[in-house]
Each structure stands twice: as structure tokens, then as C-alpha cells.
Design a protein around this ligand. Structure first.
Ligand SMILES: [Zn+2]
Length: 308
């Protein structure tokens, strides 16, 4: 065997062992504030660098006020996100909204001072009342760092609530907050910055596969939501996780995926197959496009329940 071939085989063997090890220890879920960058006239973000349990953080800067979107996991991340807000806002008023009530998006809110105005949809308020800190406890049990970050974390009470949508005038720029119903969670909120054509889409349109995280999550609702997002015709989509996207690519990508899951699953149900059989068949059919089998199964189960 030639030396170069042997080295190549050795390298492949190393890749085979090193990669799974690296995957077992994800980076700590800390918001890296030094990544702050401006993406449009009024919008700055701190990218999540695709680290699990870190959200993309948004700041919308107006003449009179600044809106912060999502907080990071627990008070320590929330305090860091707040420090950046203070630098961007100076003496301007501060508003806070979260894309949904999962711990990495919402449970840093208590680190913001009492003068910050927290805006929630009624759906979010209800979801907090219903599920409380359940998911926070699950996250905390996964690693010592998660437990440390979530110590004493609790939901902050809203200062303003809205049912369908809320127009927030920040001075020279408006942010439109809209409650999208049960998609990823029971209470997803999107934020649309019309003059910049920037859309904070939450988990409703991302690069990663959609996650049906609530028993209320609905594929029918999600497809209807995608139609509403597409009509906005965003120039930039900032999802709550992963890289930002230009134009409507994430939206049409999610629609193609969810439509296929819906139609294949409905066909299985019509043919008299059980939900378990449908999961097996549809998972096999989408094997090359859906690496996250857990998320795919969640979508199939929602589609099965909703199929005629
Ligand atoms: Zn989430």
C-alpha cells in the first residue's frame, strides 16, 4: 500500500472517531455579544453561530426607543443581551419581545431592568400559564452549565399584551408584532420591520427542519402562516436559530417540506395505515431531505392527526 493511501485511510478513520466525539459536547449556550452586527438601516443582530440553545438576538433601533427580540438562556445571558441594548439605546426607552416562550428565547427577561417594557401575545401568556418551567427543567437536567444558567430563572410578567398584532412605534421606524397561532409552539410571535423589510420569523422559517414542539402545533396552521410570511416579501429573514436568509427561501423551503409531509401522510392514512406505519413510510420517502428524524416524526404525527 502506498504511503499516501495509508495516510488517507488513517485520516478517514480519525474523522470517523473525532466527529461524533465533538458532536457529543456542544459549545456552551452563551450569547457571544462580540458578534453584534448591523444588517439593515435599523436592525442589528447577535448571531447564534448555530450553537444549540442560543437564539439569534435582534435589536431594532429607532429615534426614541429600541426593541430587543429574544433574551438568551437564563439571567446571565439576559444581562449580556441587555448590556448591548443599553449601548445601542443610550437614554432611549427599551422594549422587549420574545419569538416564543422556550427557555433560550425568554428566560433571560428578568435580567432587564423594571423600566423595560415587555410585550407578550395573549397566546404566550396562556402558554406560560399552561406549561410553566417544564421545559426549563428538562434543559437544566441536560448539563451542569444549563443548570447553572437556568438557576432561579422565571418568566417575567408582560407589561403590554396583545391578541392578534401590535404596532410599536420606535421613532422613525415601526415594528409590527404578530401572534401567529400554534406553529412551533402554541404562541409564536413574529416581528416585521417594514421599512427595512427585515422579518424576525422565530422558528417559523429557518434553515433547520421545523420542530413541532407543542401538542397544539399544527401543520395546517403552519402552512397558513408561511403564506402570511411570504406576502410580506422580506429582504432578510432572521430566524430564531441558524443563519439569516435572503428573500423568501426559508419560507418556500418550509412550504415544500411541510406540503410533502402533509400529502404523503394523508395518503397513508387514506390507505388505512396506522400513525406508526405512516411515520415509517414517510420517513423513508424523505430520507435524503430530512436528516432530523425526530423533527420529521413530529411533523408526520401532526399531519396524521389533521388529515381527513
Ligand atoms: Zn423553540
Amino acid at each position: 500500500m502506498r504511503a499516501s493511501v495509508r495516510i488517507m485511510i488513517l485520516a478517514l478513520a480519525l474523522v470517523g472517531t473525532v466527529l461524533p466525539l465533538a458532536a457529543q459536547t456542544p459549545p456552551e449556550p452563551i450569547v457571544k455579544v462580540e458578534g453584534l452586527r448591523q444588517i439593515s438601516a435599523h436592525v442589528h443582530i447577535i448571531p447564534d453561530n448555530s450553537v444549540p440553545l442560543v437564539p439569534n438576538i435582534g435589536y431594532v433601533v429607532g429615534d426614541r426607543a429600541v426593541l430587543v427580540i429574544d433574551t438568551g438562556l437564563g439571567p446571565r445571558n439576559g444581562a449580556a443581551v441587555y448590556e448591548v441594548a443599553k449601548k445601542l439605546a443610550g437614554t432611549k426607552a427599551l422594549f422587549l419581545v420574545t419569538t416564543h416562550v422556550h427557555p433560550e428565547h425568554d428566560l433571560g427577561a428578568q435580567a432587564f431592568p423594571a423600566t423595560t417594557t415587555l410585550i407578550r401575545s395573549i397566546d404566550q401568556v396562556n402558554e406560560i400559564a399552561e406549561t410553566g418551567l417544564q421545559l426549563a427543567k428538562v434543559f437544566a437536567s441536560r448539563s451542569p452549565i444549563n443548570a447553572e444558567l437556568l438557576k432561579d430563572a422565571d418568566f417575567r410578567k408582560a407589561d403590554i399584551t396583545f391578541e392578534h398584532s401590535y404596532d410599536l412605534d420606535l421613532g422613525g421606524v415601526q415594528a409590527k408584532l404578530t401572534a401567529m397561532g400554534p406553529n412551533h409552539t402554541a404562541g409564536d410571535t413574529i416581528v416585521w420591520i417594514e421599512p427595512d423589510r427585515v422579518l424576525f420569523a422565530g422558528d417559523l422559517a429557518m434553515r433547520a427542519q421545523p420542530a413541532f414542539a407543542s401538542p397544539r402545533s399544527s401543520i395546517r396552521q403552519w402552512l397558513a402562516s408561511l403564506d402570511r410570511l411570504e406576502v410580506l416579501n422580506p429582504a432578510i429573514v432572521v430566524p430564531s436559530h441558524g443563519p439569516t436568509g435572503d428573500g423568501t427561501g426559508f419560507i418556500t423551503g418550509y412550504r415544500a417540506y411541510l406540503t410533502e409531509v402533509r400529502d404523503r401522510t394523508a395518503a397513508e392514512k387514506r390507505a388505512g395505515r396506522s400513525v406508526e406505519q405512516a411515520v415509517e413510510t414517510v420517513t423513508a420517502a424523505l430520507a435524503d431531505r430530512a436528516p432530523d428524524k425526530g423533527r420529521l416524526a413530529g411533523a408526520i404525527k401532526a399531519a396524521y392527526a389533521e388529515a381527513p
